[in-house]
Design a protein around this ligand. Structure first.
Ligand code: GLU
Length: 467
C-alpha cells in the first residue's frame, strides 16, 4: 500500500506557522515512505475563502519546497460529488432530513444545559417521514447510538470516544451545501488518503468522520493529531505574538530550509540535534516521536537557526536565495567582485538574507555617506597624512599583485614604519572603504573591492578630510 497524505488548508488568510508545520509533518510522512502528498484547498466556505489566500498558500508551499504530487484540488470543484454521497447516505438510511427550527434547537440546548448535560441534537427527526411544509431541511448523519469509536492516533495513542457522546451531525445545510465533516470524509476517501496528519483542533471531528466513513463502507485512514503551537505567554500562537505568517519570514530574509528546520524541531526531536538537512528530516522524522503537549514558538531561536544555516551554507548555495533581496535592496552585482567570494566573507555576520544583501552592497557601486559616528572616530588626528601615505604605497602595487596576502604585508609594513598602532591605519582605512560598516579583514576587503575602487575610495576620504 502506498502511503498518501495531504495538507488541506482553508484559504481564509495567510499560511500560518502552525499550518506550515502541519504541512511539513504530513509531507515528511509521505516522503519518508516514498509515498504521495496532496494539496487540497478547502474552499467551501465561500464567504471566508478568497483567491488571494489561495495564491498565498500556493506561494508559501512553493517557497518552502513542500512539493505535492496531486492538486491543488479545490473542494468547490467537487460539489456534485458531495451531493452524490449525501444522497447515497439518505438512500441507504444513514442520513435523514431534519426540519427542526432554530427555536426547537435552542430549546433543546437550554434543556440540556438545565440538566447539566452536553448540548446535543436529540434525533427527533430520525424516524420522521413527512416533510414540514415550507421548510428546507438540513441533512443529518445517523450517528451510531451505541458502541465506541477507537482512534489509534500516531501522536496521542489510543483515544476512545463513546458514540453516546456524539449526536447526529449536519452534513448538508438547508441550501444543500455540504458541511466540513462530509467534504473531508468524501475527499479523504476518494483521494485514497492512508494517513491524515492535522492539527489537534480537529480531534473532535475525527470520531464523526470515522463513523461516516464506516457508513460508506470504508476503512478509516491512520490519524495523527499534532498539538497546538503557543506564543510565549502560553496562549495560542496568533498575530499578537508577532509574525505568524510564513511569507513574512521569507520577506525578513529567512531561508526556507531554516524555517523548515525550526518547524520540524517545534514539537519533535531527535536526541539533541538542532540542525537537520532536508534529507535528514525525511530519514529521521517519525510521527511517533512528536510531542503530545503543545510547543512554544520562539522567534529568536528561529533567527538563530537561520544565522547558523547561513553560516553553514556554501556561498554557492546562497547565490540564488540572496538574489531577490539584492534586487529589492537595489544592489546591482553585475559588475564588481565575484558574489560568491563576497558572500563567503560576509555571511558570518548576517542573520538574514536581508542583512546579507545589505552586507554585499559595499562591494558594488558607489559608497554612500560615511556613518557620522564612524567618520568622527576614524577620521581624526593624522588620518589624512596616514591615508595619503597609504595611497602612495598602494599605488605602487600592480594589479596582478593585488592580493589579500600582499595587502596584508603592506599594511603591516606601514604600521611598523610609522611606529603607530594598527588602529591608527586600520580605522581611517575602514571608514574610507566601507563608510563605517562592519566588514571583514581589511586585506580581503581590499582584494575584493579591487585596486581601482580602493584608490578611488581613499581619494574620496582625502577629499572629505580636506573640506
Ligand atoms: N481545512 C481544515 C483547516 O484548515 C483542515 C481539515 C483537515 O485537515 O482535515 O483547519
Amino acid at each position: 500500500m502506498t502511503v498518501k497524505t495531504r495538507f488541506a488548508p482553508s484559504p481564509t488568510g495567510y499560511l500560518h506557522i502552525g499550518g506550515a508545520r502541519t504541512a511539513l509533518y504530513s509531507w515528511l510522512v509521505a516522503r519518508k515512505q516514498g509515498g504521495e502528498f496532496a494539496l487540497r484547498v478547502e474552499d467551501t466556505d465561500r464567504e471566508r475563502s478568497t483567491q488571494e489566500a489561495v495564491d498565498i498558500i500556493l506561494e508559501a508551499m512553493e517557497w518552502l519546497g513542500l512539493d505535492y504530487d496531486e492538486g491543488p484540488v479545490f473542494q468547490t470543484d467537487r460539489m456534485e460529488r458531495y451531493g452524490e454521497v449525501i444522497n447515497q447516505l439518505l438512500e441507504q438510511g444513514d442520513a435523514y432530513y431534519c426540519y427542526c427550527s432554530r427555536e426547537t434547537l435552542d430549546q433543546m440546548r437550554e434543556q440540556a444545559m438545565a440538566n447539566k448535560q452536553k448540548p446535543r441534537y436529540d434525533g427527533r427527526c430520525r424516524s420522521r417521514h413527512d416533510p414540514e411544509p415550507g421548510v428546507d431541511p438540513v441533512v443529518r448523519f445517523k450517528n451510531p447510538l451505541m458502541g465506541d469509536v477507537v482512534i489509534d492516533d500516531l501522536v496521542r495513542g489510543r483515544v476512545v470516544i463513546s458514540n453516546e457522546e456524539l449526536d447526529d451531525l449536519i452534513i448538508a445545510r438547508s441550501d444543500g451545501t455540504p458541511t466540513y465533516n462530509l467534504t473531508v470524509v468524501v475527499d479523504d476517501l476518494d483521494m485514497g488518503m492512508t494517513h491524515v496528519i492535522r492539527g489537534d483542533d480537529h480531534l473532535n471531528n475525527t470520531p464523526r468522520q470515522i463513523n461516516i466513513l464506516a457508513a460508506l463502507g470504508a476503512k478509516p485512514p491512520v490519524y495523527g493529531h499534532v498539538p497546538m503551537i503557543l506564543g510565549g505567554d502560553g496562549k495560542r500562537l496568533s498575530k499578537r505574538h508577532g509574525a505568524v505568517n510564513v511569507l513574512q519570514y521569507r520577506d525578513q530574509g529567512v531561508l526556507p530550509q531554516a524555517l523548515l528546520n525550526y518547524l520540524v524541531r517545534l514539537g519533535w526531536s531527535h536526541g539533541d540535534q538542532e540542525m537537520f538537512t532536508l534529507e535528514e528530516m525525511i530519514e529521521l522524522f517519525d510521527m511517533g516521536d512528536v510531542n503530545r503537549s503543545a510547543s512554544t514558538f520562539n522567534e529568536e531561536k528561529l533567527l538563530w537557526l537561520n544565522h547558523q544555516t547561513i553560516i553553514n551554507s556554501a556561498p554557492t548555495l546562497l547565490l540564488e536565495p540572496v538574489r531577490p533581496y539584492l534586487d529589492k535592496a537595489g544592489v546591482d552585482v553585475a559588475e564588481g567582485p565575484d558574489l560568491g567570494a563576497v558572500i563567503e566573507i560576509q555571511k558570518e555576520r548576517c542573520k538574514t538574507l536581508v542583512e546579507l544583501a545589505e552586507a554585499c552592497r559595499l562591494f558594488y557601486g558607489e559608497l554612500g555617506e560615511y556613518q557620522p559616528k564612524a567618520a568622527k572616530k576614524g577620521f581624526k588626528g593624522d588620518a589624512a597624512t596616514i591615508l595619503a601615505t597609504l595611497k602612495a604605497r598602494l599605488t605602487a602595487i600592480a594589479e596582478g599583485n593585488w592580493t589579500a596576502a600582499n595587502l596584508h604585508d603592506l599594511l603591516q609594513q606601514l604600521v611598523d614604519d610609522l611606529e603607530v598602532g594598527f588602529g591608527q591605519v586600520g580605522q581611517p582605512l575602514r571608514v574610507a572603504l566601507t563608510g563605517g560598516a562592519a566588514a571583514p579583514g581589511l586585506d580581503i576587503t581590499m582584494e575584493l573591492l579591487g585596486r581601482e575602487c580602493v584608490l578611488t575610495r581613499i581619494d574620496g576620504a582625502l577629499n572629505w578630510l580636506a573640506d
